[in-house]
Design a protein around this ligand. Structure first.
Ligand code: URA
Length: 209
């Protein structure tokens, strides 16, 4: 059983400098996930990005490479950006939780959803990234991201297409790409992919309003 004292809110330095924030986050021990992950996976992208994508937590490949969305979920984002003529390098990409939470099945590290205390412990890092980048639009990929950004439980199916506000940004929510990868039915996969593309397009278009 985990000791409650093992978990506390992260305390980023008081700076808007992403390099300093990234460097400080490397040593974060705010929750026990730092013992599981290979490294902290901080966000990436321009300091003045108008759109910020927030995912759940790094996956296996992200954990090994130290970059967000470079595995199968990232490939979906890359492909959709290509189709929409969006340069991913213009987007700030990050996660609600900066360490990979997993459990072993044989030699495989299987993704495990972060719990509310881990999301809360990591939140100051996300807040610091949002304060630094000050995006106009935050697109939350999935329920964990929506929880972290909006501070409340949000059902993605019912909230897609609605507009929220947090930290001075317009917030939209959509499916996490893994919902597409994990969906057993082709029809549901295709529909979610179509939705995600439409939501990415809407997020990008909203920066031009
Ligand atoms: N899933 C996420 O939520 N984030 C990543 O960086 C990769 C997969």
């Amino acid at each position: 059983m985990r000791n409650r004292k093992d978990i506390h809110p992260a305390s980023p330095p008081q700076t808007k400098d992403l390099k300093q924030l990234r460097s400080a986050a490397k040593d974060c021990t705010a929750c026990p996930l730092h013992l599981l992950g290979t490294q902290t996976v901080f966000g990436e992208g321009p300091r003045k990005a108008t759109v910020m994508l927030v995912g759940e937590q790094p996956g296996n490949q992200e954990d090994l490479r130290g970059q967000p969305f470079v595995g199968p979920s990232g490939k979906i984002i890359d492909d959709l950006c290509d189709e929409l003529g969006i340069d991913r390098a213009d987007v700030y990409v990050t996660n609600a939780v900066k360490h990979f939470k997993w459990h072993a099945r044989g030699k495989i590290r299987l993704h495990q959803k972060p719990d509310l205390s881990e999301i809360a412990a990591c939140h100051p890092w996300l807040e610091a990234e949002i304060n630094s980048v000050q995006p106009r639009i935050i697109l939350c990929l999935g329920a964990t991201a929506a929880r972290a950004v909006l501070g409340k439980t949000t059902a993605i199916g019912a909230s897609r297409g609605k507009s929220f506000e947090a930290s001075g940004a317009k917030v939209l929510v959509t499916w996490h790409p893994s919902a597409i990868l994990r969906s057993p039915e082709l029809k549901s996969r295709e529909e979610k992919l179509k939705d995600l593309k439409a939501d990415l397009k809407a997020a990008w278009a909203a920066t031009e309003l």
